[in-house]
Design a protein around this ligand. Structure first.
Ligand code: NAP
Length: 426
């Protein structure tokens, strides 16, 4: 009976859904040994370091990941970095298939003057910072000014804007990293702009996220009636408004109709604002937009760019347009496959990865030949290196949850690799 070894690189949603798709294909005649390799001592990828702390429901998908990991055909190899502890060639030699579920972690740049000024940062830094990703524990952000601008009309921009605009007391019972929560409590930011370069009808926010905004207890949210009317007009001019857009516009209408409370904190949407230049002496002082009615300058103290992501290069793999060069997930001429954002670019919600991974896995299985009999990852890693396996991770997880219980939070995240490894010590 054929028994295949599959390595999955990256323990985020697309990696787990790829493992699940393999598990779903197991029969008496076809079995898999699935080894998941992760650079950090913690799995779950964006569910841990991307999803906003005030959206805990989205994180419940981690229970599905843990169920996948509990199968006897699955092993976690955390704290193992491709290119350091082992190479891609090691994996392709030993495994029948290697699935790259490595995501896209680099924030796209605007390419405008002033982008490099201090306090002009990327969502790709801000989000992992407030979520306690070890790589960003020392990241510096200055929240001493009053006005922040977030560029981009997608859900990541919305997360960033909301995290800056809420009263930090609303985050006390979340798993926001302690260093970020402390900075947010001291923050002077009171006005947050979120800007889209096109009209509201083109915004890529999703309606549930927009509908959450009028519920904010300490923040007034503004969308101009004129911008919304124009969006309806433009959308209607193209014929019947499709369902997704209709719910988005409806959710924006709810925002315009919600009475403002005169809160000290506000979040304001600006559409048809194309960033042109960031101004300042060393540090951000203002941003200039071109708009249909001419250039507009907004004085501000912080600029966060949230305009999409691209993948980090991995030696031995060709990247094209910010993602792994692939055809339907196949990396041509190899036994490598790509899933998730590494495959299709940074689009879709967590659930999108489930059907996407299932499609790639069915191609992968159709490509399988004679099983390899060439050992596995355990032959490659130096015995002195600390591997975070599922049991080790379970101890880290439990330690964080216990620390959270004492403080009325879902967990308190450890934010350094050494502390994570200490928490999981047997
Ligand atoms: P996104 O949805 O693709 O939005 C990117 C935004 O950046 C768009 O508004 C785009 O405008 C704008 N943009 C791109 N280049 C620009 C430029 N040079 N200048 C100004 N604006 C520019 O990407 P995302 O927000 O990073 O989200 C990635 C994926 O994760 C999305 O599928 C999102 O729904 C998902 N996500 C979901 C949740 C959730 O479910 N709660 C949370 C976070 C993320 P144009 O349209 O004009 O190009």
């Amino acid at each position: 009976m054929p028994h295949y070894k599959v390595a999955i690189v990256g323990a985020g949603p697309s990696g787990y859904f790829a493992a699940q798709a393999l598990q779903n294909l197991v029969t008496e005649d076809l079995t898999f040994a699935i080894d998941m390799i992760e650079r950090l001592p913690t799995p779950w990828g964006l569910v841990r370091s991307g999803v906003a702390p005030d959206h805990p429901k989205i994180k419940t998908v981690a229970k599905v990941f843990e169920k996948i990991a509990s199968d006897s055909n699955f092993r976690l190899f955390g704290n193992i970095e491709l290119g350091k502890e082992l190479s891609l060639a090691d994996l392709t030699n030993k495994y029948d298939a290697v699935i790259m579920a490595t995501g896209s972690a680099i924030g796209k740049k605007l390419g405008i003057p002033g982008e490099e000024l201090n306090n002009s940062i990327s969502a790709a830094e801000f989000v992992p910072w407030y979520n306690g990703h070890p790589d960003f524990a020392e990241f510096k952000i200055d929240l001493s000014g009053k006005v922040a601008v977030v560029i981009g009309a997608g859900n990541v921009a919305m997360d960033c804007a909301r995290m800056l605009a809420v009263n930090p007391a609303e985050l006390d019972e979340t798993d926001t990293a302690d260093h970020a929560l402390e900075a947010m409590h001291k923050s002077n930011i009171r006005k947050v702009f979120i800007t889209g370069r096109r009209g509201a009808e083109f915004a890529s926010f999703t309606a549930p996220e927009l509908r959450d905004l009028p519920k904010l207890e300490h923040t007034d949210v503004y969308i101009s009636q004129d911008a919304l009317a124009l969006a309806y007009k433009n959308a209607e001019a193209k014929g019947e408004i499709e369902k997704h857009l209709a719910s988005n516009l409806e959710a924006m209408k709810l925002i315009t109709e919600t009475p403002k409370q005169g809160h000290e904190r506000s979040l304001e949407f600006l559409f048809s604002h194309t960033p042109k230049e960031i101004l300042g002496n060393e540090k951000v002082e203002a941003i200039v937009y071109s708009t249909p009615s001419g250039d507009v300058t907004i004085p501000c103290d912080l600029v966060i760019t949230a305009i999409g992501y691209e993948s980090e290069a991995i030696p031995g793999i060709i990247f094209e347009k910010g993602k792994i060069a692939n055809i339907d997930g196949r990396v041509i001429g190899s036994n490598i496959y790509a899933v998730g954002w590494a495959k299709r670019g940074p689009s879709g919600v967590i659930g999108t990865n489930k059907s996407d991974a299932a499609e790639v896995i069915s191609l992968l299985v159709s490509d399988l030949k004679e099983p390899k009999n060439n050992g596995d990852v355990t032959d490659l890693i130096n015995t002195s290196h600390k591997i975070v396996d599922q049991e080790y991770w379970a101890r880290i997880n439990q330690a964080e949850i216990s620390a959270g219980e004492a403080r009325g939070k879902p967990r308190v995240k450890a934010v350094s690799v050494s502390e994570l490894l200490r928490l999981g010590q047997p």
